[in-house]
Design a binder for this molecule. Structure first.
Ligand SMILES: NC(=O)c1ccc[n+]([C@@H]2O[C@H](COP(=O)([O-])OP(=O)(O)OC[C@H]3O[C@@H](n4cnc5c(N)ncnc54)[C@H](OP(=O)(O)O)[C@@H]3O)[C@@H](O)[C@H]2O)c1
Length: 324
């Protein structure tokens, strides 16, 4: 079968499509004929060699997929060959004609949901939902500040906030001109950002910050978050060494909660939470309550070029590749 393989840390020069052996499911797993696979910035972090993202080299990327169950591993009883499913491809391997996934992270896709949308559910949409709910304790009416709002997670958050009761959405981007649908106000990150954010919120602090920028914007986050507000750190897009966390007094004095979120750790530590979030977003999609605009790449051969876009910070919204 065909699969995308990253041969060594670097860039597109080390990505190639290869013929590889078709994987068989181990106990507790299923194999899946992949119809579509979602792209994520974590593919890029693996590709450039950020510590902890590629399990080994050569690395097979692709973390979220949708397709049909091909074969059941020993002990799998709640899925059937031929079921339409969405799954987390734990450790990668999703940009391939066949992949394996743990049964507990494989969720049936309702008939009304096209597989190209379902492929954005297990990681992208589930992360956005869990950031808002589990990590961010979103309450209707909250003002939410999202850094890097033009990306896949930023666009998913914009779709979910109205569904969770609605709130005010403020986004930041690194440069002007990036499309950021669904946000009330978008700011280009720059020197007087804290004042601009407060001014846009009637001088009040925001209730929730979703921050994938490592600790680069943490000082700003602390400055713009109001009493009882929450700051969720969930990425390190720049890939550098994060700075130390703020002193006790800033959290205590600000009545602030600083928390972290990692989908990658949650799939091993509490897979049922990821599966439940995936089911919930698929149900929203099936009911027509949620729509996520996705850019569909026609084939596996187009994934590396789209990874280049994400790596250069020029992606817009969510990308899903058609595999078969
Ligand atoms: N913790 C988790 O479980 C989890 C799960 C999914 C995603 N994430 C993180 O969430 C972020 C968004 O993910 P995504 O899949 O939505 O990615 P995406 O669509 O590729 O968007 C990434 C955004 O990051 C910004 N960025 C900041 N520094 C960058 C750099 N050095 N190189 C390239 N882009 C940079 C860019 O926006 P601006 O330039 O406008 O800021 C870009 O639009 C990523 O940092 C990712 O690692 C974390």
């Amino acid at each position: 079968m065909r699969a995308l393989v990253m041969t060594a840390p670097g860039g597109a020069e080390n990505s190639e499509i290869r013929e590889v052996d078709t994987p068989r499911p181990a106990a507790g797993e299923v194999s899946i004929d992949v119809a579509c696979a979602g792209l994520n910035f974590m593919d890029v972090m693996a590709r450039r060699g950020d510590a902890g993202y590629a399990s080994s080299w050569p690395y097979r990327p692709g973390l979220e997929i949708a397709g049909t169950v091909r074969e059941l591993g020993a002990g799998v009883t709640d899925l059937t060959v031929g079921d339409r499913v969405a799954a987390v491809a734990l450790g990668g391997g999703g940009f391939a004609e066949v992949t394996t996934a743990r049964a507990e992270l494989t969720v049936p896709v309702p008939a009304a949901v096209p597989l190209q949308l379902a492929a954005a559910a297990p990681l992208g949409l589930a992360t956005a939902l869990l950031l808002l709910t589990e990590a961010g304790r979103f309450t209707p009416g909250d003002t939410v500040l999202v850094h890097s709002a033009a990306g896949g997670i930023g666009s998913a958050v914009a779709q979910l906030v109205p569904l969770l009761g609605g709130g005010r959405l403020l986004g930041t981007v690194s440069r002007a001109g990036r499309p950021v649908p669904g946000y009330d106000t978008v700011f280009v990150r720059g020197s007087d950002l804290a004042e601009q954010i407060r001014a846009s919120n009637d001088g009040r602090g925001v209730d929730l910050v979703l921050d994938p920028l490592g600790t680069d914007a943490l000082d700003l986050d602390l400055a713009v978050t109001g009493p009882t507000g929450r700051i969720v750190l969930f990425g390190n897009a720049g890939g550098g060494a994060p700075a130390s966390l703020p002193p006790f007094g800033r959290l205590l004095g600000g009545n602030l909660t600083l928390t972290g979120f990692s989908h990658r750790s949650l799939v091993t530590g509490a897979p049922e939470k990821v599966a439940a979030a995936t089911r919930r977003v698929l149900d929203y999609l099936a009911e027509g309550e949620l729509s996520l605009p996705v850019t569909e790449l026609p084939s596996l051969d187009d994934v590396t070029g789209a990874h280049d876009l994400l790596a250069s910070g020029h992606g817009a919204g969510k990308y899903v590749a058609r595999i078969k």
